[in-house]
Unconditional design. Structure first.
Length: 107
């Protein structure tokens, strides 16, 4: 591979169903964070809830940013049993999800 290595980012935005309880959402937060220790290829994971004053979040309340050293690590993460079990836990509470993967560019 020529040139500098770029980190692959996996951005996940979640919009929960109105009937999702605070306890259920808290369990999702913990479950998502736990993926970092359960799946070797996750280099870093950070997350937070929307605090923007702009009002443009379109109902998405949670953002999770996972970092991988390369596409192969991301590709191993997606079908990993721990990730698939988490997705099964998440789906019943989910109104919508937005996922964007990109190689981080720095200036």
């Amino acid at each position: 591979m020529s040139g500098p290595m770029k980190t692959l980012r996996h951005l996940v935005l979640l919009r929960f169903k109105a009937e999702a309880s605070a306890d259920a959402i808290a369990a999702i937060e913990l479950g998502f964070v736990a993926l970092r220790s359960q799946i070797d290829g996750v280099h870093d994971l950070e997350w937070g809830t929307d605090v923007s004053p702009e009002g443009l979040a379109k109902g998405y309340t949670h953002a999770f940013m996972l970092s991988f050293d390369d596409a192969a690590a991301r590709d191993a993460y997606l079908p990993h049993p721990a990730h698939q079990a988490f997705v099964a836990q998440l789906k019943p509470l989910l109104d919508d999800v937005l996922v964007i993967d990109y190689f981080a560019a720095h200036s």
